[in-house]
Design a protein around this ligand. Structure first.
Ligand SMILES: Cc1ncc(COP(=O)(O)O)c(C=O)c1O
Length: 376
């Protein structure tokens, strides 16, 4: 953490220099508790995706509220969180480079020695053999989840009997054991109507069920099905087939997710992640803030302006252009709600945690983005 950031603790929100990524801690903790209560009520495990916040402090907070561990997407992300005290990690993604797999095995051993775990997904026989090559003969037993493509057309084996070959191969390696199925449909998360999401997850569940039947017929019990994100997790839960939820964005709630028609079966989550920006230029019909797409990701669209009737348009990497009936004055603070939380967080070294609201609150905590840039 930089000295300037550390010195903010205890100061009023006004003291936060711009642009800055700010967490409304009260809103975030309400999201945290709502999700934990949902999982507890439905007796389903929660393993939030930490690729969203990339922060060991937030992962530990989620685990202190009942999460069984967290997911990560990359080897280096797992290493960064483990280095800061997160000891139960699952790489919900494919790792095939032999050098990386050696790091995976070394980290799995280190975490096991501390009573923790590093689990991993695979979706090919070749990938599995490479993992086995790194793990065989080592004092470790790595839980391996077979990923199936449940409709996104990204990673994963076709649903059905293709998974049996991999489960057979896992059984041949004492350093590995079969942990069940990775079954996540990313695009389904952002389908706008509940009916669309329901139809999509019904197909997901059919693919999972067919794969489980094939595995069980071949003598492989399926201990767990893991998946789901912040847009659909109530549907996977209601299926009765999933044992673990991987939702991540619920903690911060970006602008894109707010565009989903709500599912009454899910808790309502609040925006907790904001870019604090400042008006640096005012003209007859527009104002300009000091936060462009170096301060927030725009892959899922531009940010919304919080609590003001203003539209944000793209002014480039360092500027945002505001239009609206009541333009802000030079020097004013404007709070932006990023379009997509995950890549926005990856643009910042730390998150400034504010208690008591965005207007009158106080900086309580500086949260380091430990796995910032951990993309390998
Ligand atoms: C494999 C996997 N699981 C879970 C998630 C979490 O989804 P969300 O942040 O939308 O809740 C993601 C996000 O992309 C993912 O790729």
């Amino acid at each position: 953490m930089g000295l300037a950031a550390a010195a903010l603790v205890g100061q009023a929100v006004d003291a936060i220099d711009t642009p800055a990524l700010v967490i409304d801690l009260d809103a975030m903790e309400r999201n945290l508790r709502s999700m934990a209560a949902f999982a507890a009520q439905h007796r389903i495990a929660l393993r939030p995706h930490a690729k969203m916040h990339k922060s060991a402090a937030l992962a530990r907070m989620q685990m202190a509220h009942g999460a069984v561990g967290v997911c990560v997407q990359k080897t280096s992300e797992a290493e960064a969180l483990a280095a800061h005290g997160v000891h139960n990690l699952y790489i919900s993604n494919q790792v095939v480079a032999p050098a990386k797999l050696q790091r995976v095995v070394a980290l799995a051993q280190a975490l096991q020695a501390q009573g923790g775990e590093l689990a991993i997904a695979v979706d090919s026989l070749e990938g599995l053999r490479r993992l086995a090559q790194a793990a065989d003969g080592q004092a470790t037993r790595i839980r391996v989840l077979i990923e199936i493509d449940v409709g996104q057309g990204r990673c994963g084996l076709p649903p059905g009997k293709a998974a049996v070959l991999l489960a057979d191969e896992i059984a041949r390696h004492p350093a590995l054991h079969f942990g069940g199925l990775q079954a996540y449909h990313g695009r389904a998360q952002h389908l706008r109507t509940l009916a669309e999401r329901r139809d999509s997850i019904a197909q997901v569940v059919a693919h999972v069920t067919a794969t489980m039947a094939a595995l069980e017929a071949a003598g492989h019990a399926v201990p767990l099905v893991t998946g789901a994100g912040s847009g659909t997790f109530a549907l996977e839960t209601a299926s009765g087939v999933y044992g673990e939820l991987q939702a991540g964005s619920y903690l911060f709630m970006d602008r894109d997710y707010a565009g989903n028609a709500p599912d009454p079966a899910q808790p309502v989550f609040e925006h907790a992640l904001f870019v604090k920006s400042q008006v640096i230029s005012v003209n007859a019909d527009h104002a300009v803030v000091d936060a462009g797409h170096k301060a927030h990701a725009i892959d899922s669209g531009l940010p919304a302006v919080h609590a003001r009737a203003l539209d944000y348009s793209n002014g480039g990497d360092e500027h945002g252009i505001l239009h609206g009936p009541e333009l802000p004055a030079l020097g004013d603070t404007v709070w932006l709600i990023p379009g997509h939380c995950d890549p926005t967080v990856n643009l910042h070294n730390h998150l400034v945690g504010v208690r008591g609201g965005l207007h009158k609150g106080t900086v309580e905590q500086i949260i380091t983005v430990d796995a910032r840039g951990a993309l390998t």
